[in-house]
Design a binder for this molecule. Structure first.
Ligand code: ATP
Ligand code: MG
Length: 147
């Protein structure tokens, strides 16, 4: 069994209908090991997205993540990382709308940055991101199963 970190971005959390739809998709497809809403600080957003610090959208992205509550999940399933990324769809919402109209980013994304949700892209990323977002979670309980 693999684990991943899913984050729902602030514009989704503000929209009760979208939030419920996304939660239902997640509950239907994954074991949820932990879930919470949280405010992401400037420091947390910069640490979380450090790999993108030289990109033109970095300030836009880190500002967005600080703009309201996010909702975070630790997911677990077979092929969890790819499964969640498949449900989310392409990074760019306008591409998602054309190529995968039923994916979550197509349905609930607003722009390339406000693309509704985040998913870890590897086990290494998942462990790093979970340690940032859920520092209270005892990762050693599941980490050995997810390598
Ligand atoms: P995520 O890491 O959020 O799951 P991803 O792995 O599909 O998304 P990344 O390349 O890691 O895509 O980009 C991280 C985030 O940066 C994206 O989710 C999106 O919010 C933002 N982003 C990526 N590319 C662009 C872009 N060209 N313009 C604006 N924002 C972008
Ligand atoms: Mg990514």
């Amino acid at each position: 069994m693999e684990i991943s970190l899913a984050l729902l971005k602030p514009h989704v959390v503000r929209n009760t209908y979208a939030l419920q739809q996304l939660k239902t998709q997640i509950e239907t497809n994954f074991n949820i090991l932990a879930a919470k809403d949280l405010r992401i600080t400037k420091e947390l957003s910069e640490c979380f997205y450090a790999e993108h610090k030289d990109k033109f959208f970095y300030y836009r992205l880190t500002s967005l993540m600080q703009s309201g509550f996010c909702y975070a999940f630790i997911l677990q399933s077979e092929s969890c990382i790819q499964k969640w990324r498949n449900l989310m769809g392409p990074t760019k919402v306008f591409r998602a709308v054309y190529t995968e109209p039923e994916c979550l980013r197509s349905l609930y994304g607003l722009s390339d940055t406000r693309n509704a949700c985040h998913g870890s892209d590897s086990t290494v990323s998942a462990l790093r991101e979970i340690a940032i977002v859920f520092p209270e979670f005892d990762i050693s309980r599941v980490a050995s199963q997810s390598k």
